[in-house]
Design a protein around this ligand. Structure first.
Ligand code: IPE
Ligand code: IPE
Ligand code: MG
Length: 246
């Protein structure tokens, strides 16, 4: 269906190894259809499947999805519980499929705020998929970048107070190692759907040199084609990292 784009991606060569996505626009998708917002979130589950399968087809190594922010806890209780129910439903429905596809799932964020059944589901999917070698899928849930950075600072301060770390050893690498994303390289490409042009407290540290791709597509309408178009756009860019080109 999107094989033409996939062929082009392969011809172009290097694909982004790590793709991050701000999955936005579920509410607007529902409103356009005069549906309640939770039905937009439900429709967004299919798009997650598209993103995962597209990432595997394009040979992306790491896919990091922003599913629920710490700020999203301010939403009405009915919407929050609909989202948390969907999370558990997604895990129950998809865990075995993800494992068969070779996907290894990690959940990043403050999981202590999840209800016990949500926490258990998260632990289960991480355990059941931990052998996956084809794609790492990071689900950011109750995640906010500023609190992730503050947490890293606190962990380092503890070591300094205990005397196990000298002040000169508090550097970029020490902070990087204490972020939830420590095992992976920074994202090469960030996609945000729904046309918003902001980061909304997502991976502020990690996105320092990431290529940004904003698309008006609402998250429930996202397909592997949307992903492939973003990757093709990425492949046309020149990343300089502050240097000059030869
Ligand atoms: C993204 O869709 C999902 C979450 C933030 C949980 P929204 O719910 O933000 O949808 P809009 O932005 O209102 O359209
Ligand atoms: C960002 O979307 C969070 C997620 C996609 C999970 P929001 O809809 O919460 O962001 P704002 O409020 O438009 O900045
Ligand atoms: Mg939104």
């Amino acid at each position: 269906m999107a094989d033409d784009l996939l062929d082009q991606i392969r011809l172009n060569g290097a694909v982004p190894s790590h793709v991050a996505v701000i999955m936005d626009g579920n509410g607007r998708w529902a409103r356009e259809r005069h549906l309640p917002r939770p039905l937009g979130h439900r429709a967004g589950m299919k798009a997650v499947r598209e993103a995962v399968e597209g990432a595997i087809e394009a040979s992306v190594d790491v896919l990091t999805l922003f599913a629920f922010s710490e700020e999203n806890w301010q939403r009405p209780a009915t919407e929050i519980s609909a989202l948390m129910d969907l999370l558990e439903e997604y895990i129950a429905k998809e865990a075995s499929e993800l494992r068969e596809q070779g996907v290894c799932v990690h959940v990043l964020g403050d999981r202590g705020r999840l209800v016990p059944s949500g926490r258990a589901a998260v632990e289960r999917v991480e355990r059941d998929t931990c052998e996956g070698k084809r794609l790492t899928l990071n689900l950011c849930i109750s995640y906010s970048s500023r609190s992730e950075i503050a947490r890293a600072a606190r962990l380092l301060a503890e070591e300094a107070l205990k005397g196990t770390r000298r002040l000169e050893q508090i550097d970029e690498e020490a902070i990087r190692e204490r972020l939830y994303t420590a095992p992976w390289r920074d994202p090469d490409l960030l996609i945000r759907t729904s046309g918003e042009q902001r980061l909304s407290n997502f991976l502020l540290w990690q996105l320092a040199y990431t290529e940004l791709y904003m698309t008006p597509v609402l998250w429930p309408d996202f397909t592997r084609r949307t992903l492939f178009e973003a990757i093709l756009d990425y492949q046309r860019r020149e990343r300089r990292f502050g240097n000059v080109t030869a």
